[in-house]
Design a protein around this ligand. Sequence first.
Ligand SMILES: NC(=O)c1ccc[n+]([C@@H]2O[C@H](COP(=O)([O-])OP(=O)(O)OC[C@H]3O[C@@H](n4cnc5c(N)ncnc54)[C@H](O)[C@@H]3O)[C@@H](O)[C@H]2O)c1
Length: 249
Amino acid sequence: MGVLQQQVALVTGAASGIGSAIADAYAAEGARLFLADRDADRLAALAERYTAQGTEVATAVVDVADAEQTRQMVESCVSELGAPDILVNSAGILTEVPLVDMDVETWDQMIAIDLRSVFLCCRWTVPHMVARGSGRVINIASQLGIKGGEGLVHYSAAKAGVIGLTKALAREVGPSGVLVNAIAPGPVFTPLVDGISADWKKAKQAELPLGRFGVPAEVAPTAVLLASDPGGNLYVGQTLGPNSGDVMP
Ligand SMILES: NC(=O)c1ccc[n+]([C@@H]2O[C@H](COP(=O)([O-])OP(=O)(O)OC[C@H]3O[C@@H](n4cnc5c(N)ncnc54)[C@H](O)[C@@H]3O)[C@@H](O)[C@H]2O)c1
């Protein structure tokens, strides 16, 4: 028996990187998966793979920044698998541009996809959890939301916002049995960081106490811990940092 046997996990950004690794880890622990992403082809391939391995799965092609699409996504999850026991907000983008050159659209797009989306997915999912008196919400922030990063005022602000939202919501719904936490990974090899120069990555790795970036499978176990009983039972409004030692709050 896995530690998440029969639980319904709604994972956004599930088609790639950290979200995909979390879906894999949850499937291995017996969860039923509702996978959401804007990448329809990858979602279809994943659904086929999970079905073949005996994991119950449903999918939604969705823009997580869109209020109506995310509302429908949660409704589909409720009707196809049941109300989510676990919500993982992992969908996100990363762009890099100094503030002095940043156009307003770039700022707005980052806040929409990396912060507004977390509000929206919580807004439609958490009422089901509160009504049932249990649930786990796991928001994927970033250590850049704690330390900041050059060329990343928009990303750092969005991720700091996710950490603040996590703390506030944890206080609101903790008494109803819904535990809300964040994970703030350090640099992890995924398509998100493909665009960053090899020189920067080399210099960044040298600066880390661990001397290397992580891989998604090294972040996913933290999401299993936060979703599990009793492992995650006492985490409320926390930000856990699988980050190679980049930040030590
Ligand atoms: N990789 C890292 O170094 C790192 C570090 C810290 C935090 N994070 C965070 O982890 C999360 C996952 O990132 P990743 O590294 O796995 O990246 P990734 O690019 O591998 O995966 C992100 C997924 O989100 C989806 N997505 C993007 N915008 C979307 C939208 N508007 N609607 C629906 N889906 C959308 C993409 O299609 C993709 O499948 C992000 O929130 C990211 O900020 C990543």
